[in-house]
Design a binder for this molecule. Structure first.
Ligand code: AMP
Ligand code: MG
Length: 488
């Protein structure tokens, strides 16, 4: 299908394709029969000077479904590998294709990628397509993550293809345009290390370092400094997930980005009732990616990155291993201190010491035992929510609150100071599972305005309104048996 008119478009580049061609394949998306724009993220479009497209629905549908392309676009699929549930597999973009790189108004480079745009050389047995419902879910979840001020890939557009995608049952198809500061993953380095030459691995390293953290190239050991950069980004990211109750669900190394953005919204979900071992993904039977396991898995994945960087850390393998091990040994304490700092902030303590840990542990144990809502409990503490749930009348809860108040006083933390800290740490709004499902059901029926409303609401998740109970009622039974699926 050809299409003649495209509005002016910003300059597109493909610097990634200067890398050895073992790392990517030039690939064209497969045209679709009747593309129709379902969602268009106007705010993001403006950031990338795509605003002229906003009213050109037909051109937008054609381009952002990969059905017809303006001149100058040379799309490509990226090669990568990954440890999936602990097992190494060679993968690659099986249903995504990088459109190219665009700069935002601040001059920062981002990848634009179609997701669900047809088969590539890396599709294996897959059809290269994505369901409308999975793409809308990614749109909702990634924009919610952005609203929560947590690094994430973003979603520019969802275009319905007008074609059927066959999963357990036939479903409508869609193409999502994903925007990421890059799609380079821990798994990209594993791919280069396991299957390519040292020179090719080094090219990938130089490119990635230049793109994300050029300063490391000026240090004595750039590969080691790069490892430290990724470690710090991931420590911060995972701590943020733990702060808001996010469970990624499939933290395979191919789903861990070098930039530290949340990527690959598959079976992810935010938990209601607290449980350290909460799992939503139907395929995570052993709970490998359960809520609190995310810290340990982050560590495990970063060890895979360290392993892939060994030839660049030192030509002598033993020395390289020693250096990598010593850098990785810092990770546990970074994760621990970042995690407890965040826990402290959740209860309004600017600094938490090891001595305060029993206080926190008893709160978390109480939440675990009662399955208290992870979001609303902190709003109750802050005094902006009057809960209906009887667990907040239990003496165990009341005693804990009393001890917390006393500790605050002992530490000389002023009330306003604690409240200000809690306000910016604890969201009053997360994408609740039952509302996500309801919104998706509406979207697949064509009721797109409900999705827009849901996303608009999620833009200010730390807002409090004086004199108003600023929390959401949680459905009876919390998360019940809520299950998520890779549902590609
Ligand atoms: P994910 O579970 O989305 O992280 O995907 C894991 C791997 O499977 C990646 O290499 C994907 O490109 C590939 N994949 C997932 N779904 C499909 C599909 N429908 N067609 C082709 N490849 C797919
Ligand atoms: Mg993936």
């Amino acid at each position: 299908m050809s299409f003649a008119f495209f509005p002016s478009h910003p300059i597109v580049e493909a610097t990634y394709t200067s890398l050895p061609n073992s790392l990517f394949q030039f690939t064209k998306p497969t045209p679709v029969s009747s593309p129709k724009v379902l969602f268009w993220n106007e705010e993001l479009a403006r950031e990338f000077q795509f605003e002229d497209w906003t009213n050109e629905k037909e051109a937008t549908a054609h381009f952002f479904s990969g059905t017809s392309l303006p001149d100058g676009i040379q799309p490509f699929a990226q090669a990568y590998a990954g440890h999936q549930f602990g097992h190494f597999t060679v993968l690659g973009d099986g249903r995504t294709i990088v459109i190219g790189e665009f700069q935002n108004r601040a001059g920062e480079r981002f990848d634009f990628q179609w997701k669900g745009s047809g088969k590539t050389q890396y599709s294996r047995n897959g059809d290269g397509r994505a369901t409308l419902s999975a793409m809308v879910r990614e749109y909702i979840m990634s924009e919610a993550m952005f609203g929560l001020n947590i690094p994430t890939t973003r979603s520019l557009a969802v275009v319905a293809t007008g074609e059927v995608v066959f999963r357990e049952e036939p479903q409508g198809g869609a193409v999502l345009t994903r925007v990421a500061s890059s799609h380079i993953r821990v798994g990209t380095f594993e791919f280069a290390y396991q299957t390519l030459s040292k020179e090719e691995l080094d090219s990938l390293f130089q490119y990635t370092a230049n793109r994300h953290t050029p300063d490391v190239l000026k240090t004595d050991n750039p590969a080691l400094a790069f490892l430290e950069f990724v470690m710090k980004r991931q420590v911060s990211l995972i701590t943020n997930w733990m702060r808001v109750g996010f469970i990624h669900g499939v933290m395979n190394t191919d789903n861990m980005s070098i930039s530290g953005e949340t990527i690959d919204y598959g079976p992810c979900a935010f938990m209601n009732g607290y449980s350290a071992k909460r799992v939503f993904s139907s395929i995570d039977r052993m709970g490998r990616y359960a809520f609190t396991n995310q810290l340990g898995i982050g560590h495990w994945n970063l060890s895979c990155l360290a392993n892939s960087l060994l030839p660049l850390i030192d030509p002598n393998q033993e020395t390289a291993i020693e250096l990598a091990k010593s850098k990785l040994s810092e990770l546990e304490s970074w994760l621990h201190s970042s995690y407890i700092q965040m826990l402290g902030e959740k209860i309004g303590f600017p600094h938490l010491t090891e001595k305060d840990m029993p206080l926190l542990q008893s709160l978390y144990q109480w939440m675990q035992d009662t399955e208290a809502d992870y979001t609303n409990t902190f709003l109750v503490l802050e005094g902006v929510y009057t809960p209906k749930d009887s667990i907040y009348n239990e003496s165990r809860w009341k005693d804990w609150v009393r001890t917390w108040q006393e500790e605050k006083k002992k530490k000389g933390i002023r009330e306003e100071e604690a409240i200000a800290l809690m306000q910016k740490t604890n969201p009053s709004l997360i994408p609740r599972n039952h509302l996500v499902e309801l919104t998706l059901a509406n979207a697949t029926q064509g009721l797109t305005s409900i999705v827009e409303q849901f996303i608009a609401r999620g833009k200010f998740p730390y807002k409090r309104e004086f004199g108003y109970d600023y929390a959401e009622e949680v459905p009876k039974g919390g998360d019940g048996n809520y299950r998520t699926f890779c549902g590609t």
